[in-house]
Design a binder for this molecule. Structure first.
Ligand code: FE2
Length: 257
């Protein structure tokens, strides 16, 4: 006779409170491809809060002509959101940095104004999805000479980086690696899921983050709480490396407030 109660339920987590901090999202109103208005910003922030995040560093794109966001503009928008959070009595640690697109424009910017950083003088950067930035070595070197510690956003999403050697090289250049939580579920497709797995299996992932742009991402993050690879990754005993620092820079603790 078969036993109906034999199968154990798939592992699930109640929320992402084990991460505590999210260091990559697009929540400032109307300045990139994330929240289009203040109302959506507030909804998405509350979504992240209900997903267990207690501290949010939102990171609008800074990408020359497409999203030419200046430091002041980002900080103004941050203040606007903070004011609305205060008015509504929503208590969450909220701040802004940026996701800088690596190109000659950014290389020029590096010579001028100071960059918006995550704790520990870390700078979140991204690249074209078509080809690596041709002067990547030089730019990563210059960033570090200025005292910044680069974190490459979602290395698993760049189709020209797929091998262990690719990811090891980035680390050797002083770049920390931030994997998107939704990459682990296959949200961006199978090749990206398997690249994310490679990075995790090699122990090269420094941070996990949401890269939240809209409500559909939030919905998928909620579903990810019962995704085996997500649960396993968050529960891994060597998990601290995703929330702490790396040899690439000073150790910071992005979790537990
Ligand atoms: Fe992003």
């Amino acid at each position: 006779m078969f036993n109906l109660f034999k199968t154990s339920p798939p592992p699930t987590l109640p929320d992402f409170s084990i991460l505590g901090t999210d260091l990559h999202s697009h929540l400032l109103p109307g300045i990139d491809d994330g929240a289009p208005d203040l109302e959506t910003s507030l909804t998405l922030i509350q979504e992240l809060q209900s997903l267990g995040f207690r501290r949010i560093f939102t990171t609008p794109h800074v990408m020359s002509d497409i999203y030419p966001n200046s430091r002041n503009q980002i900080l103004r928008k941050r203040d606007e959101v903070q004011e609305a959070l205060d008015e509504l009595g929503i208590e969450i640690e909220f701040d802004a940095a940026a996701e800088y697109y690596l190109n000659p424009n950014f290389a020029g910017m590096l010579k001028g104004e100071s960059l918006l950083t995550l704790p520990g003088d870390r700078v979140l950067v991204e690249m074209s999805f078509y080809q690596p930035y041709r002067d990547l070595h030089r730019l990563l070197f210059d960033l570090q000479m200025k005292g910044y510690h680069p974190i490459l956003a979602h290395p698993e999403r760049y189709p020209y980086y797929r091998t262990a050697e690719d990811y090891e090289n980035l680390k050797a250049l002083g770049c920390a690696l931030q994997v998107n939580l939704l990459s682990l579920t296959g949200y961006y497709g199978k090749p990206i899921q398997s690249a994310a797995k490679t990075i995790l299996d090699l122990g090269l992932a420094d941070f996990l983050a949401t890269d939240l742009h809209h409500a559909r991402h939030a919905e998928n993050l909620r579903q990810a709480l019962s995704h085996e690879l997500v649960v396993k990754t968050l529960q891994a005993s060597d998990f601290q490396k995703y929330s702490g620092g790396t040899a690439a820079g000073p150790h910071i603790r992005m979790e537990h407030g």
